[in-house]
Design a protein around this ligand. Structure first.
Ligand code: TA6
Length: 285
């Protein structure tokens, strides 16, 4: 199948759920459990073009998060989200869920950006069932250890971000990108949104819950081998500044991202693998 821009995609429909997965960026663009409205947000202005990131769903971030330190010309959030990945396998689980595995290997362009001695393979194993499970595997095929960051930059669909709360990060330290990257500590309360919010929580393995009264649901985000959680809403001005995002779309999305960034950047030894696992499911409120 192909989607907008002619980009090849898997269209998965089972009694449990529906999903769209692009080879471009190994990007989960749509996920809806049976009987539930879409869980992932997708901008109506998103590009679907080779070399461009998709604005919504689950961008895969590797090997650096945000701007690259010391190289302002490097693409934000690394290169994995704009590459075309290879299909490795597709299988059905006994419960009817479908698992798709996509793989990315270095090429001339990625080597120019992040080359010798780094040699690696990335796999994104995506299981579409009543829950959405995403396993991002980084394998170091080289002879030297390498340091990298990674994240699943998930955009969740919400009724109105001004009325939702994100639970799970109380008393956790974070870098506030909307306030000069100052290091702060979350209080005892859930996160609520009243302005641009861009926070990198570190040293946290906790599950998060997006509580959405408008859609009468909670989105539960569990994770393993991930010590960072990033929470983002661009609000009004940033929304206007993004070409591939509608000016009035900001109330209908919130990013709760799972990964290993900043203080939690990974050091992966020769021959070693690191697998981060994220599971997203909905429950009635
Ligand atoms: O994850 C939050 C963040 O790093 C924000 O700072 C914001 O820039 C967002 O990602 C989107 O980044 P992008 O490169 O996709 O425009």
């Amino acid at each position: 199948m192909t989607g907008p821009g002619g980009l090849p995609r898997y269209e998965i429909t089972t009694p449990l759920a529906e999903a769209h997965i692009y080879l471009h960026g190994a990007h989960v663009a749509q996920f809806a459990p049976a009987g539930e409205s879409p869980v992932l947000f997708m901008s109506a202005q998103s590009w679907f073009r080779p070399g461009k990131p998709i604005r919504g769903g689950v961008p895969v971030i590797f090997p650096w998060f945000g701007p690259r330190q010391g190289d302002a010309s490097a693409p934000a959030h690394g290169f994995a989200r704009t590459r075309s990945w290879a299909a490795e396998s597709i299988s059905q689980q006994p419960d009817g869920a479908v698992t798709v595995t996509l793989r990315l290997e270095p090429d001339e362009e990625t080597r120019a950006l992040w080359g010798e001695p780094n040699d690696w393979v990335l796999r994104h194993r995506i299981t579409v069932g009543a829950a959405l499970t995403m396993e991002l595997e980084i394998e170091n095929r080289g002879g030297m250890p390498f340091r990298c960051e990674e994240a699943l930059h998930t955009y969740f669909a919400v009724s109105d971000v001004q009325n939702v709360a994100v639970h799970g990060l109380k008393n956790t330290e974070y870098y506030d990108k909307a306030d000069g990257m100052q290091r702060k500590r979350q209080g005892n309360d859930a996160i609520r949104f009243t302005a641009e919010t861009d926070r990198t929580y570190v040293n946290t393995a906790a599950a998060c819950v997006i509580d959405d009264p408008g859609l009468r649901r909670r989105i539960v985000i569990e994770k393993a081998a991930s010590d960072s959680t990033i929470v983002w809403n661009p609000w009004i001005a940033k929304a206007k500044a993004m070409q591939d995002f509608g000016d009035d779309e900001w109330p209908r999305m919130v990013c709760v991202e799972t990964g290993n960034v900043a203080d939690n950047a990974l050091e992966i030894g020769p021959g070693a693998r690191h697998v981060t696992k994220t599971t997203v499911r909905c429950e009635a409120r």
